[in-house]
Design a protein around this ligand. Sequence first.
Ligand code: FE
Ligand code: MN
Length: 361
Amino acid sequence: MEKTYKIGEKVFVLDEAKAVEAYEGKQVINGRDTMAFNLLPLKYQWAYDLYRKMKANHWEPEDIPMQKDVEQWKNQFELSESERWIIMMGIGYFSAAEGIVGDNIQHVIRELVTAPELKLVLGRHAHEENIHADSLLYMISSLGINPHECEAMFEQVETIHRKNDFVTKVSKSLRRDMDLTQASEKQEFAKNVFVFGQCMEGTQFYGLFGMILSLYRQNKFPGIGQMFRYTLRDESNHIENLRNLFRALIDENPEIWTPDFQKELTDLMIEAVELEKEFIKDCLPVNSVGLSAEEFCLYIDYIADRRLNGVGLEPLNPSATNPFPWLAEMMDVKKEQNFFEGRVTEYQKASSLGEVSDDEL
Ligand code: FE
Ligand code: MN
């Protein structure tokens, strides 16, 4: 069907078939390659909707007061050694991890996908990792922690190093021209999306999230806890983003979803869980008030199964239950009205706020 516009002496003829062709050319990978970045017509509606939801959740680290945290940090009687150590591990791990995720989103995943609306939401995803990395910098400078200690943590704490290695090894090999018409290369790409979304952001972030929010619940580190609540809300969107992307990739390329490949992914999750449990033991070498390494390990089993289930893989411990139901409520930040005393409401424009469910916990 053609539509003709006659403006003055000029005649423009627009052919709808061209738009249909563009729509049909949209694919997760190997789709129409265009620099025009034309979002319309949308094929992956979820990607656009998620982009808008993420944008409506925008926050900036400096909006969160750190005075109370600084007082607690400097008062040697207020905190135990192990509570301080959790904060050090949190800062040490996430300082590296947020950057690794952002870099992989930008240089691997966003590079390889072809549909513009997928690039749009991935651009926002990468930006949120920048905000998270910046929030760590803000915590470190507010508390007066030596920035060199942070670098040293991810070089020298073995369990942090191993978690980082686990993800960077699936990222490095994809930084080259890939032939995504080959099933094996498609699987490499799918593996990357799975490892980053479901194993790392979806599982390996949750040990520390739980610990830091447990402290927050006891009125320890209110500013840091607040930032982690916002980060956790963002991460739940990131997990969803990479889960939807993974599913769309498999739907469009069903030949790669072989039993062997499914086993390979499940084995990667098993490895991720093991690394996380070792890491949890380093975060909590002694049980501190209300925090036990065992409970956190159970929580990781529970979370890992939800991630596997989300991408159509069999759970590892079907009987696992959530030992921390309160965590879901912790993430539900929308309930608090004057959280930032008005300032943040400037960011919260859209009706899409408040749609975050406890689904990710
Ligand atoms: Fe993040
Ligand atoms: Mn993330």
